[in-house]
Design a protein around this ligand. Structure first.
Ligand code: NAG
Ligand code: NAG
Ligand code: NAG
Ligand code: NAG
Ligand code: NAG
Ligand code: CA
Length: 527
């Protein structure tokens, strides 16, 4: 059975495209064995797997019901949007249904009744999975394309966003950018973010409905107009910095900034004809599996690569347990035509028995000790097998030994601790008076001033006397006529002339000086 399957797999590649298989059963002089290749899943219609969010709240029309008109026939305003009536509602999901021949179904915004306040809407598409675009993104607008919009992308599930393309009928006016066309880009600028005027000018709402993000035109820069020379594209994707990432997204966002105006200025007396209506968003791409999978399945609400080459993870971005004797690497399109699988290797298979838990790619034999040891352990590890943490780091007990984050910095407070090493739970060794895991706190009855010092005064045992006040446990601020650490001494007893008459200028100066000192101490304390 396995052989039959293998035979089948072996014959299939001829009929399929490049990088479609991850392995095949081949017969060599040494007998039959598996051969491994770089592989990637087929391109899919990504709108089938997307989650959508439309902002701001209340931007979708129909609550309350609202009528709208068209640019072509602005005074025949029979169309109505009503969220409570399925036949008249225009919810976001209608941007992703399959468009049968005939009537388009679409999401629609409220009309621009708040003009001149801008009519803004964000449509955010999320896959919770990195996707590599393989064809143009095509957004279809019923009733006219926006005169200003922007496409943004995220590579980290929506945490950070980057501009992808700007669209305006006048790029200079809208974005202070010169208008450019993707067709005019060159091999060195294929991943440039630009502003285009091609999809924003008024040409009749029925005639020009689509806004594109041109993936094919960018591919064509390398692969030729019919994308016949894909080998050249794949070579470039491996070698040109940032090119692969340019076509990779986890999320996309359309920022609609100004609706279609019908080729003229905004007519305030009929604001019912200004709104956005999107009938379809086509995104074609493949799961990014780092060339370690040729299948991607939809499981538990998100896409997941079916990893081969002993890799694992949503994007096959790490080595499987027990296959971490060398660091994980993505597969490569090169050398053509089958690429390199860069498979993960089982412990022991690559370097004899020297396991380095993925923290080193090199082992070295030390003759006089007769041991093989890992060289240049990374990720703050050390030891023969990179199995210990460097001094100043401790082991993360919830991480596997082959985790990149297995060693955590001790982070001992430089002043409060004896040295920068810590025990297995991250506790530093504190100097006298200091406490806390990092020795950055003081024990009770100690105060912090570039280290911990015993309190001079407090509110319990070390009370300032004769009306003195305790300043941050560091010092008593004494009233005129008293001195000493706790203001316990009357100046009269020390120096008879201080007792005569009203407090002298000298002593009030002294109070001022003490105040200045107190401020200074406070400044030190904040350091
Ligand atoms: C749209 O998203 C951008 C960030 O990408 C944000 O700054 C803006 O406020 C959002 N606009 C609306 C209308 O939610
Ligand atoms: C995103 O995908 C990951 C990995 O498959 C999964 O654990 C997580 O629950 C998903 N998150 C959402 C919001 O769907
Ligand atoms: C992955 O590991 C299995 C053993 O579990 C082995 O048979 C297979 O050849 C390995 N695959 C690769 C690509 O190294
Ligand atoms: C410890 O490792 C776990 C698992 O990898 C990780 O989630 C956690 O953030 C790590 N803790 C620290 C403090 O780095
Ligand atoms: C580390 O030191 C702290 C504080 O001295 C102690 O509570 C803890 O048990 C120590 N951990 C180990 C593993 O020795
Ligand atoms: Ca539709």
């Amino acid at each position: 059975m396995l052989h039959l399957l293998a035979l089948l797999l072996h014959c299939v590649p001829l009929a399929m495209g490049q990088y479609d298989i991850c392995k095949s059963w081949v017969t060599t002089d040494d007998g039959p064995s598996w051969e491994f290749y770089a592989c990637q899943p087929k391109a899919m219609r990504m709108k089938d797997y997307v989650t959508v969010r439309v902002d701001p709240a209340g931007i979708t029309c129909g609550d309350p019901p609202e009528r709208f008109c068209t640019h072509e026939n602005p005074y025949l305003c029979s169309d109505e949007c009503d969220a409570s009536n399925p036949d008249l509602a225009h919810p976001p999901k209608l941007m992703f249904d399959s468009e049968d021949e005939g009537l388009a179904t679409y999401w629609q915004s409220v009309t621009w009744r708040r003009y001149p306040e801008p009519l803004l809407a964000n449509i955010t598409l999320s896959w919770n999975k990195s996707i590599e675009l393989t064809d143009d993104i095509v957004i279809t607008f019923e009733y006219g394309r926006p005169t200003i919009m922007m496409l943004e992308k995220s590579l980290d599930n929506g945490r950070t966003w980057h501009p992808y393309q700007y669209y305006a009928d006048d790029c200079m006016e809208a974005f202070s950018m010169p208008a450019r066309r993707v067709r005019d880009l060159s091999t060195t600028s294929a991943n440039r973010v630009l502003c285009t005027e091609e999809y924003s000018r008024w040409a009749g709402s029925k005639k020009e409905k689509t806004v594109r993000f041109e993936v094919r035109d960018r591919f064509a820069i390398f692969a030729g107009p019919d994308l016949k020379n894909m080998d050249n594209l794949y070579t470039r994707l491996e070698s040109a910095k940032g090119l692969k990432d340019f076509f990779t997204v986890t999320d996309l966002r359309m920022r609609l900034l100004r609706p279609a105006l019908g080729g003229t200025y905004v007519q305030r007396e009929n604001l019912y004809k200004y709104f956005y209506a999107v009938s379809n968003i086509e995104v074609t791409g493949r799961c990014k599996c780092n060339l370690h999978a040729n299948l991607c399945t939809f499981k538990e609400g998100s896409l997941q690569c079916e990893c081969e080459h002993n890799t694992t993870g949503q994007d096959c971005g790490k080595c499987k347990k027990n296959f971490r004797s060398r660091s994980w690497r993505a597969g490569s399109y090169l050398p053509l035509p089958n690429g390199s699988p860069n498979a993960c290797a089982a412990a022991g298979s690559a370097f004899g028995n020297c396991e380095c838990y993925g923290h080193s790619n090199r082992c070295s034999y030390i003759d006089f000790l007769n041991v093989v040891t890992c060289v240049s352990c990374k990720h703050n590890t050390r030891g023969q097998h990179c199995q210990h943490c460097r001094l100043g780091f401790y082991r993360n007990s919830s991480a596997e030994l082959d985790d990149e984050n297995v060693c955590i910095e001790c982070n001992c407070n430089q002043i409060g601790s004896m040295h920068d090493r810590c025990n297995e739970t991250g506790y530093c060794e504190c100097r006298e008076g200091a406490t806390g895991p990092k020795c950055d706190d003081c024990l009770p009855n100690y105060y912090w001033r570039q280290g911990c010092f015993p309190n001079v005064c407090d509110d319990e045992l070390l009370l300032c006397q004769n009306g003195g006040t305790c300043y941050q446990n560091q010092r008593c601020i004494c009233p005129v006529g008293f001195k000493g650490v706790l203001c316990q001494q009357s100046r009269c007893e020390v120096d008879k002339k201080d007792c005569d008459g009203a407090p002298g200028v000298g002593s009030s100066l002294g109070t001022v000086a003490l105040g200045v000192l107190a401020l200074q101490l406070r400044a030190w304390g904040d350091l």
